[in-house]
Design a protein around this ligand. Structure first.
Ligand SMILES: [Zn+2]
Length: 303
């Protein structure tokens, strides 16, 4: 049955659209130790793909697809293969970032913003409207609902009194999204492995975010130092801990199955990015702490 596309509102047979783009799950699977993905809250189920919902018509899917292709070719693939550290971009990057933030917020708007105040819900609706009109080339820029992108890297030393024991596994391997809202600030957080997109619903202090803004027309990212508010650092740690806690709930049977997969594919497992991420946590916090919270490296949340 034809239904209106969430972007162009034309009635069409809607596609099963990915909320987090499909290429992220392809990368996660290809670089994993077992070749399977697990998503919270159903960690005991192995799956092959991320969350999909009927959202877009095929023309709008293709529209998003062009920006995703440029992003994979120019940034995501070279970054994940360690082939470059600095990336020039054109207007496709702001479109890509907005397309991700818009998809996530469109999905969460229905019944996942209970922690938002009425004023923040209004701001979320304004963000959705301006992002949509930017995606349709009806507005020249997303206004104050800016997009920021962070390219994360391994943490090999720290000065914090306490650090999540799975921090590097979280940084390097997790895929998830969230609508964050704390007092005066709200944003859409989309984590695609080492790449994080933060799309602002309401920005409390723009001057505290330096080095991460994605310009509408062109620019370059990578190799820069970001200056971000402390509250965002705490938010990242909280997300990492939450991912680790979910892993504690994995069933005995599944844990055995993971160990078996690892043993049967030892060469692949040791060469995998999952293994390297675990190794980085062992270096960072020591073996006993690193393995206290979970048994497998990938922490994904398709929601
Ligand atoms: Zn459409």
């Amino acid at each position: 049955m034809a239904e209106p596309c969430a972007l162009c509102v034309q009635k069409a047979d809607l596609q099963d659209s990915h909320i987090i783009p499909a290429f992220v799950f392809r990368w996660l699977k290809e670089s994993s130790a077992t070749g399977f993905l697990r998503f919270r809250p159903e960690l005991n189920k192995r799956v092959q793909d991320g969350l999909r919902v009927p959202l877009l018509c095929s023309a709008c899917e293709q529209r998003f697809g062009q920006w995703e292709k440029r992003f994979v070719e120019d940034i995501y693939a070279p970054l994940n293969h360690g082939k470059a550290a600095r990336f020039a971009y054109g207007s496709w990057l702001s479109k890509f970032c907005v397309s991700v933030s818009w998809r996530v917020l469109t999905f969460l708007r229905k019944d996942n913003l209970a922690h938002f105040s009425p004023a923040m819900i209004e701001a979320a609706d304004r963000a959705l409207a301006i992002w949509r009109s930017f995606l349709l080339d009806e507005s020249p820029h997303p206004g104050k609902h800016q997009q920021h992108m962070l390219l994360l890297d391994v943490v090999d030393e720290h000065t914090f009194s306490e650090i999540p024991p799975n921090l590097n596994r979280y940084i390097l391997r997790s895929v998830e999204f969230d609508a964050a809202c704390k007092s005066k600030e709200a944003f859409i957080y989309s984590k695609m492995g080492r790449v994080v997109v933060v799309g602002f619903i309401h920005m409390a202090s723009p001057r505290q975010w330096q080095g991460s803004l994605i310009h509408v027309s062109h620019g370059a990212i990578g190799s820069q130092t970001y200056t971000l508010p402390d509250s965002f650092g705490r938010y990242l740690f909280e997300r990492a801990r939450r991912a680790g806690d979910f892993y504690k709930n994995i069933s005995r049977r599944q844990a055995d199955r993971i160990s078996r997969d690892y043993r049967e594919n030892m060469d692949k497992a040791v060469a995998s990015e999952t293994w390297k991420a675990m190794d980085q946590d062992v270096k960072l916090v020591g073996r006993s702490k690193a393995f206290g919270s979970e048994s497998e490296g990938d922490q994904s949340n398709g929601r």
